[in-house]
Write a protein that binds this ligand. Structure first.
Ligand SMILES: [Cu+2]
Length: 191
């Protein structure tokens, strides 16, 4: 009779331990944000009529996620061009030295492609204009999306995280109960 009470008590203890562990981890375990930042490479071929004039989409809209590091590889198919991104959105047009607050390439021709232009978008959001500082026909949008960056939490499978500990606790309780039961029945036999 006593043994049954002990075993029942052990099982109850294991159950309550499990419930306690499950409840306490519910608020302690953080959710893990998704990471979207990536290295993005864009190729723009300069032609007086448009960027990427020979491609399927001319003056293509460049869309990236905030946090992406964008590398723009530039080339020219005809004459001298200069890539610029109006980062401060002041709309200023210029040629040669880059306007303060913007990002530009060097001037380049078919025989002298410039070093790639790298744009870190971690503090950018919304729509910017990229253009050729020499030809007004070469202009497109550079869009930095912010919605999907680090914003989608992934819920953790909390039960599977604590399950090994619950099983261990239940085994310990069962073992202790069995030992107590055996020692008690041995003592009873002696009597
Ligand atoms: Cu140009």
């Amino acid at each position: 009779m006593r043994a049954r009470v002990i075993i029942a008590f052990g099982l109850l203890l294991a159950l309550s331990l499990g419930l306690a562990a499950q409840t306490s981890t519910r608020n302690l375990l953080p959710t893990v944000p998704r990471v979207h930042a990536a290295n993005v490479m864009i190729r723009l071929a300069g032609t007086v009529s448009a960027w990427n004039a020979s491609g399927p989409v001319t003056n293509p809209t460049i869309t990236v996620n905030q946090g992406d590091v964008v590398t723009i590889i530039l080339s020219s198919t005809d004459t001298v061009h200069q890539f610029a991104l109006d980062l401060d959105r002041d709309g200023a047009k210029f040629t040669g030295s880059c306007s303060t607050g913007d990002t530009c390439s060097a001037s380049f021709s078919p025989s002298s492609p410039p070093p790639p232009v790298t744009i870190n978008t971690s503090s950018l959001s919304g729509t910017y204009t990229y253009f050729c500082t020499i030809h007004s026909t070469m202009q497109g949008n550079f869009i930095v999306n912010t919605g999907s960056v680090g914003a989608t939490p992934v819920p953790l499978d909390k039960i599977s995280l604590v399950a090994p500990y619950l099983i261990f606790a239940a085994l310990v309780v069962a073992l202790v109960s069995a030992v107590i039961y055996r020692s008690r029945s041995a003592r009873r036999k002696k009597l």
